[in-house]
Design a protein around this ligand. Structure first.
Ligand code: F6R
Length: 612
């Protein structure tokens, strides 16, 4: 939530700032603003709405400055207006601050500052920090870094803050607590941002910052301290993402590009995971055979789409490794008294690695003694840093707000964990594991096959653009797929959409069906327990009540009762979700386009949800 970028160096600051904000707009797009480090008084411009509004306002009136800070906002405190847009300034207009997160004690702070004569312009929690820093800087003889350390001690909540002062405009000071901030090291120029994507065009050298670290950045150097002013040695790492991965590459939207990147993302996540002795290679789990055998249960924590990947983990791990798996919405987990101990393995799934709900749930589990394994797509983000071990998915940067390739790779990653546990618990033999692994290896080309034949589905989707509601039905592993299909449609097409377990239909939801209601049914791959036949009966039940039924079915499946059939390649039951999800992503994408919605930046949402 909210994207932050800072620059100081040799070039005109406006270019890296605007480019950086463009790359960070996925984090929020309620408003955008910049402060440029012009001497005497800062140059500030900010506008409600997307970055384009700010750019239009800036036009050609940009002063020369070689440093500055920029912000793109996802509103929490105060509506998305010009006045509430960041940066926020002190009363002299000399100090500017941008912020990601929430200052929990801002009301008290504001009252204190107002009683000392500070005048407020906005309704935000952030503005208090600008006034506080202004006072503290004066009491620290103009030392903005010392003021930032002092301020951070006083502030409660989660925050990344960047500040600049016109008396020393080439210095940018930042701090982070429970919110992301990375430094980019250039040649005669340096960067700070919420995400490396902001400066990847300029440098591949990055420094990660720990909790409560304050960084002071000039064109030639950075220095990091803790809140007591003790020096911290910078931990540098190389960014492996390619700049082109963060661009649209000829696709009309990032989401479409990311859907088409799925074969590669899945293949990359599988690379090198089976050795010549048919052993799953997951050294990064750091769990001995004994520890795995002693595990009492697994708890999966995640939100949204990642939660659906977690639901699939339950089916696979319980089947393969014969160990109990509970799947919890991270936002609910710590508000009851979950039964976890040192024999519990917690798997925290998160694309961004910054989701606050997941982070807080993870911390709760850690304090109860559980071992934490993160499944994450973003290197060096907070969730992997705070976990005992991490398995990275290799989806590459996911820019579109709606998660696609990250989801498929999360499913692959948790399946690999399931196979590894099964092997270490001696439930599956090497030969059985190899067989399943080979099926996984076939998925990329099967996804490609779906994408090559997706045009009729796109056309079909456009025919439903005026529908008011779409229902999704699944059974067994098709149930999380139905939930995922409905979530994608809600967030992109702004339509009523719900996913149901096929068997639940008759317990209430069937009342929603009326003449012409589109229903998308995922036909199970498995004949086990007559699952496919039961879904065919569900299809007949909704059809009899007027529904138009689109059935997602494997090539070899016999389908009856469908209004339309979307074929996907055959795959074993547990692997079918990786294929069946793809047409649902395309359906939601196409529906959003047909309804004129902003596909990559749907309303009210943000990519990285760093508030609870
Ligand atoms: C939906 C979507 C969200 C995220 C959720 C968790 O398309 O993207 O539901 O899955 O906010 O985000 P991460 O995986 O970053 O923790």
């Amino acid at each position: 939530m909210c994207g932050i970028v800072g620059y100081t160096g040799k070039q005109s600051a406006i270019t890296p700032l605007i480019e950086g904000l463009r790359r960070l707009e996925y984090r929020g797009y309620d408003s955008a603003g910049i402060a440029l480090g012009t001497p005497n008084k800062l140059f500030i411009e900010k506008r409600a709405g997307k970055l384009a509004n700010l750019e239009a306002e800036l036009g050609v009136k940009i002063p020369t400055a070689q440093s500055g800070i920029g912000h793109t906002r996802w509103a929490t405190h105060g509506g998305p207006t010009d006045r509430n847009a960041h940066p926020h300034v002190d009363n002299e207009g000399k100090l500017a601050v941008i912020h990601n997160g929430i200052i929990e004690n801002y009301t008290q702070l504001r009252t204190e500052l107002e009683s000392r004569g500070h005048k407020f312009e906005s309704e935000t929690d952030t503005e208090s920090v600008a006034h506080l820093l202004s006072d503290l800087r004066k009491s620290h003889k103009g030392d903005l870094s010392a003021a930032m350390r002092e301020a951070a001690k006083y502030l409660r909540g989660s925050f990344t803050l960047l500040a600049i002062h016109s008396d020393a405009p080439t210095i940018i000071v930042g701090v982070r607590r429970n919110s992301p901030l990375v430094v980019g090291l250039g040649d005669g120029e340096n960067f700070m941002a919420s995400d490396v994507a902001a400066f990847i065009d300029y440098t591949k050298r990055a420094v990660e910052l720990g909790q409560d670290h304050v960084v002071t950045m000039t064109p030639s150097a950075i220095s990091i301290t803790d809140l007591e002013g003790n020096a911290v040695v910078p931990k540098e790492y190389e960014i492996t993402w390619d700049a082109s991965a963060a661009q649209k590459g000829g696709f009309s939207h990032f989401m479409l590009k990311e859907i088409f990147e799925q074969p590669k993302a899945v293949a990359d996540t599988l690379v090198g995971r089976l050795d010549e002795n048919n052993h799953i290679v997951l050294d990064e789990l750091h769990l001995s055979k004994q520890e795995i055998q002693n595990l009492k249960k697994i708890v999966v924590l995640a939100c949204g789409t990642a939660y659906h990947a977690g639901m699939l983990a339950k089916y696979a791990i319980e089947k393969w490794a014969k160990i109990t798996v509970e799947v919890e919405l991270a936002s609910e987990f710590r508000y009851r008294d979950p039964l976890i101990d040192s024999q519990t393995l917690v798997i925290a799934i998160s694309q961004s690695g910054e989701t606050m709900d997941t982070l807080m749930a993870l911390r709760h589990a850690k304090s109860a003694g559980a071992r934490i394994l993160a499944v994450c797509n973003t290197n060096s983000s907070t969730i992997p840093r705070e976990s005992d071990a991490v398995l990275y998915t290799h989806a590459g940067p996911e820019i579109a707000v709606a998660s696609t390739k990250a989801f498929l790779t999360q499913v692959i990653a948790v399946y690999l964990i399931g196979l590894h546990l099964a092997q270490e618990r001696v439930v599956l033999t090497g030969v059985q594991v190899k067989e399943i692994f080979n099926e996984l290896l076939e998925l990329p080309s099967k996804i490609e096959q779906i994408l090559e034949t997706v045009e009729p589905l796109r056309e079909l989707t456009r025919g439903f653009a005026q529908s008011t509601s779409v229902l999704f039905l699944g059974r067994n592993v098709g149930f999380p797929v139905a939930l995922e299909g409905a979530l994608k449609l809600k967030e992109l097409a702004y339509m009523h959409a719900e996913g149901f377990a096929g068997g639940e239909l008759k317990h209430g939801p069937i009342a929603l069906i009326e003449e012409g209601t589109p229903v998308i049914a995922i036909l199970p791959a498995s004949h086990e327990h007559g699952l496919d036949e039961k879904m065919l009966s569900n299809i007949q039940e909704v059809k009899a009540r007027g529904a138009l039924v689109i059935v997602i079915a494997q090539e070899s499946a016999v389908v009856t009762g469908a209004t339309h059939i979307i074929r996907i390649p055959d795959a074993p039951s547990l692997l079918q979700p990786v294929l069946a999800t793809v047409p649902l992503q395309v359906f939601a994408y196409e529906m959003a386009v047909a309804r004129g919605n902003d596909v990559d930046q749907p309303r009210n949402l943000a990519k990285s949800v760093t508030v609870e």
